[in-house]
Write a protein that binds this ligand. Sequence first.
Ligand code: ADP
Ligand code: MG
Length: 238
Amino acid sequence: MARLTIKDISKSFGTGFAVDSVSLDVEDGELVCLLGPSGSGKSTLLRMIGGFETPTAGTISIDGRDVTRLPPEKRPTGMVFQSHALWTHMNVFQNIAFGLKLRGLPRAAIAEKVEGALALVGLAGYGGRMTAQLSGGQQQRVALARSLVLEPKILLLDEPFASLDQHLRERLREEVKDIQTRLGITTLFVTHGQDEALALADRIVVMRDGRTEQIAGPSEIYRHPKTEFVAGFIGSMN
Ligand code: ADP
Ligand code: MG
């Protein structure tokens, strides 16, 4: 049984369909990259999986349980957005601890989990810093830690490094891959960077106009790209 099962999911915002009858199974521990041009429905699909958007039609199940109508906090998912949305009036520790406090964990357990999450993202010792004092990359690391500390079964990353420079982006995506492998956490990674998808993914979902154009492993996509979007990029690499 797949960890995540998406069946004929659609989302209309009144005009056209942002997501149009998408179906997808994601296995336990798999890293799937969603790739596609701007406006192809990647964020909307991810937001529906995370519970931030209600589908117009279709169902989403996680570990066999229908979560289609559940709010984000009732789902075993954690999401990191392109703009990290950290709380600037709180320090790093408080940002990461916030969700654990809502869950009513005792203080010692919170401290231990926050330290663990900080170490995982390479920010051990940064708990006392204000988030505004951190670099862009460090802020996205905190956002990642804030998600991971709640121990989600599925990690949803929506272009978390898009605003960072190329070098940092490459480093961070390697770190994400490393963390993902170590934790064995099922992950959906939205990107419009083809190089990112080819480097990271177990499987790639290529989207266009709200639909899936191709779902395959990176080597298959590389050798037999169905879409101009990917083919154009691969052509430019050779
Ligand atoms: P991507 O993440 O691939 O760039 P999006 O999922 O953000 O694509 O957008 C898909 C389509 O849905 C776009 O045409 C976008 O304008 C539209 N859309 C997304 N969110 C909304 C919204 N809240 N209201 C109206 N239209 C939206
Ligand atoms: Mg988007």
